[in-house]
Design a protein around this ligand. Structure first.
Ligand SMILES: Cc1cc2nc3c(=O)[nH]c(=O)nc-3n(C[C@H](O)[C@H](O)[C@H](O)COP(=O)(O)O)c2cc1C
Length: 180
């Protein structure tokens, strides 16, 4: 296991993947990360759809006008849908689960990328969520927040530069800035 701070510096969105299938034990750990994540009132309302079928991934990659291409080349994608009737903080809870899966993947040396689905559309205005719900049989009462792609990295990304972090966005004690 890597030191968490190093992991956070080195984790970058990876959009190009080798075609190799992921180790099933690693996939299990990634899914466990979501199931272990904290949730509002412990509602645990995530519904994770795990997709490895190439043709389905290809079709999913066309769910929105831009930004979903990485799905086509990923060996694995996890759709994070939410049973929002059971969870009034469903966007937050989906986001936490998505993030923890990405961090677990990074710790295993697996690349990942968040593909935003909520409030995203195809060129003709069809919601990305509808495309994916229909393709995978997800009920329309279960909104989809993200699709997280996973795969062994086929691109190198530089670690983040801690010298360039936006410390100006941190306010100590009280708001400090132009309007203070
Ligand atoms: C809420 C959210 C939505 C995102 N949506 C997309 C997306 O639809 N397609 C994509 O390629 N990357 C997407 N990303 C990845 C961001 O572009 C990426 O995190 C950002 O450019 C910072 O780069 P890094 O992750 O390599 O540090 C998303 C990230 C977040 C957190």
């Amino acid at each position: 296991m890597e030191n968490l701070h190093n992991l956070l510096i080195n984790r970058r969105s990876i959009r190009r993947y080798k075609p190799d299938t992921l180790n099933p034990d690693d996939v299990r750990l990634i899914l466990e990360a979501a199931l272990l994540s904290p949730s509002s009132k412990s509602s645990r309302a995530w519904q994770l759809v795990v997709v490895e079928d190439r043709e389905t991934l290809e079709r999913m990659s066309q769910c929105k006008a831009a930004g979903s291409a990485p799905i086509a080349k990923a060996p694995l994608a996890v759709v994070v849908a939410m049973d929002c009737a059971k969870d009034d903080a469903w966007i937050e809870d989906a986001s936490v689960a998505s993030t923890l899966m990405m961090l677990q993947a990074a710790d295993l040396g697996i690349g990942s990328c968040w593909i935003e689905i909520r409030d995203r559309y195809q060129a003709d205005g069809t919601p990305a969520q509808e495309v994916i719900q229909e393709l995978l049989g997800i009920p329309e009462t279960m909104p989809i927040v993200s699709v997280i792609t996973f795969g062994y990295k086929d691109e190198e990304r530089k670690p983040q530069d801690v010298e360039k972090l936006r410390w100006e966005n941190v306010h100590l004690g009280r708001w400090q800035g132009e309007n203070s």
